[in-house]
Ligand binder design. Structure first.
Ligand code: CTP
Length: 396
C-alpha cells in the first residue's frame, strides 16, 4: 500500500468542501520507516456524503461513521471525525457523535503513536506528542489511561502487541493502568484477544511483550494461561523463530508448557478447526518423532509441515537438517501426492475383481509407501506385478 492512491480520496473530499487526513497505523508505520498496511482516512464529511462523493463504496460500519472507498481495486477506510459516547458493550460506543475537528477525533484514539494525522502535503497534526513517543519508543495512552482502557479493554492487548512488534516500552502510567484494569479483558470477545495475542507471538520483541504480560498480570485473563506464565517466559527466552509462522509458535508454546489436551486448549482461543489440526499435527510430530525426517514423512505431511518441524527442532536445540536438504529430498520424491500415482482405485477393483470397500484405501496406502520407498516404480505394469507378488508372498 502507498499513500498515493489515498491522496486521490483526500483531494476529492477537498474538492467537495470537506477535510481529509491520513490517520492511524499507516501514519505511525510510515514515521517508523516500516511497511504500511491498511490506510485509514479521517474526514469531516458524514458517511452519507462519502457514499455520494465516491462511485465505489462499501458501507461497512455506517453507524460508527466508516465507509470503505475502493480505488484501483484497493480499499480505504474513510471514517467521519467522531467523538465517542459511553461504551456499553466494551467494544462499540453506544453513541457516536460526528464532529468537525480532527483534533477532537484524535483525542478518542488509543495511543499517542496512533493519534497523529497527516495532511495531503505530509504535514503532521500531533497534539499528543506522538512523534516524541515514537522517538523515545514509548506506548502511552492519549489522556487518561483508565478511561481509554475502560472504553475498549482490548487496547490493553494492543498496547502490549505494539511492545512486542515495535520493540517499544509501556509508559509507566499506562502499565500501571493495565495492572488496575486487567480484569476488564474478560468483557472482550476471545477472537479479538486471540488476534492480538498472535501478533504478540510473532513480534520481533516477543521477550519484552511477554515480560509486559507478566508485569501487568494481563496473562491471568488469557484463555488457559493463568497457570502458564513460566512456560511463556521459557518460550520467549528461546532463540527467535526465524521466518516462522503462527502455527509453529502455538505448537512450540504447547510443547514447552506440556499442555495436556492440546485441542481443548486451542479451542478455548476459538481457533478454527483447520488451524487446530495444523498445530496439533506439528505438536504430535514434535513429541513423537526421533531426529530423523525421512522421505515417507515428507510425503505424508508435506514439505511445509516438515520445514516447520525442522525449525522447531533447531529452536529447541535438537538435531535438525539444513533447509536445502529437506527441499532436495522433497524434490526427489518419486511422487508428491496420490494424484501422481500411475494407478487409482478403479484400476485396483478391475484387476482384483473385487467390489469397493475399505480395502482400496488400505492398498493405495501400501502402494504409495512402496513407491515413495522406491520398492516399486511408479508405472502401471510394475505396480500390477507388485500387487500380484504381494498377494502371493505378503508384504513383509
Ligand atoms: N483505534 C483505537 N482503539 C482501538 C483500535 C483502534 O483508538 N481499540 C484507533 C487507533 O488510532 C488506530 C486506528 O484506530 O491507529 C486504526 O485501528 P486499526 O486499523 O485497528 O489498527 P492500527 O493502529 O492501524 O494498527 P495495525 O494496522 O497494525 O493493526
Amino acid at each position: 500500500m502507498s499513500f498515493q492512491l489515498g491522496e486521490q480520496i483526500i483531494k476529492k473530499l477537498n474538492e467537495n468542501g470537506f477535510e481529509g487526513f491520513f490517520v492511524g497505523g499507516a501514519v505511525r508505520d510510515s514515521l517508523l520507516g516500516r511497511p504500511i498496511g491498511d490506510i485509514d482516512i479521517a474526514t469531516s464529511a458524514t458517511p452519507d456524503r462519502v457514499l455520494k462523493i465516491f462511485p465505489k463504496t462499501i458501507p461497512v460500519g455506517i453507524e460508527h461513521g466508516t465507509v470503505i472507498v475502493r480505488v484501483d481495486h484497493q480499499s480505504f477506510e474513510v471514517t467521519t471525525f467522531r467523538k465517542e459516547g459511553k461504551y456499553s458493550d466494551y467494544r462499540h460506543p453506544s453513541t457516536v457523535d460526528f464532529i468537525s475537528s480532527i483534533e477532537e477525533d484524535l483525542k478518542r484514539r488509543d495511543f499517542t503513536i496512533n493519534a497523529i494525522a497527516m495532511t495531503l502535503k505530509r504535514d503532521l497534526i500531533d497534539p499528543f506528542d506522538g512523534q516524541k513517543d515514537i522517538k523515545n519508543k514509548l506506548i502511552r495512552t492519549v489522556g487518561s489511561a483508565d478511561e481509554r482502557f475502560k472504553e475498549d479493554p482490548l487496547r490493553m492487548m494492543r498496547g502490549i502487541r505494539f511492545v512486542s512488534s515495535l520493540g517499544f516500552e509501556l509508559h509507566s502510567a499506562t502499565r500501571k493502568s493495565i495492572l488496575c484494569n486487567n480484569a476488564y479483558l474478560e468483557k472482550i470477545a476471545v477472537e479479538r484477544i486471540t488476534s492480538e495475542f498472535e501478533k504478540i507471538l510473532l513480534g520481533d520483541s516477543l521477550k519484552s511483550g511477554i515480560s509486559e504480560l507478566r508485569k501487568t498480570k494481563l496473562y491471568l485473563y488469557l484463555p488457559g494461561l493463568s497457570e502458564e506464565m513460566e512456560a511463556l517466559v521459557k518460550y520467549a527466552s528461546l532463540p527467535h523463530l526465524a521466518s516462522s509462522n503462527v502455527i509453529e509458535h502455538w505448537a512450540l508454546f504447547c510443547y514447552l508448557a506440556k499442555i495436556e489436551g492440546i485441542r481443548q486448549f486451542l479451542k478455548q482461543w476459538k481457533l478454527s478447526n483447520k488451524k487446530i489440526t495444523e498445530i496439533d499435527t506439528l505438536y504430535q510430530l514434535l513429541i513423537t518423532t526421533n531426529n530423523d525426517i525421512n522421505e515417507l514423512m515428507i510425503y505424508k505431511f508435506g514439505l511445509g509441515t516438515l520445514q516447520s518441524l525442522n525449525r522447531l527442532k533447531k529452536t529447541i536445540g535438537r538435531n535438525h537438517y539444513q533447509e536445502s536438504e529437506l527441499e532436495n529430498t522433497y524434490a526427489s520424491l518419486p511422487i508428491k501426492s496420490r494424484k501422481e500415482l500411475a494407478i487409482n482405485g478403479s484400476d485396483l477393483m478391475k484387476w482384483l475383481n473385487q467390489s469397493p470397500g475399505p480395502w482400496i484405501e488400505q492398498l493405495l496406502l501400501e502402494i504409495e509407501r512402496a513407491v515413495v520407498n522406491r520398492i516399486v516404480s511408479n508405472e502401471v505394469d510394475a505396480i500390477k506385478e507388485w500387487i500380484s507378488w504381494r498377494s502371493q508372498f505378503g508384504t513383509d
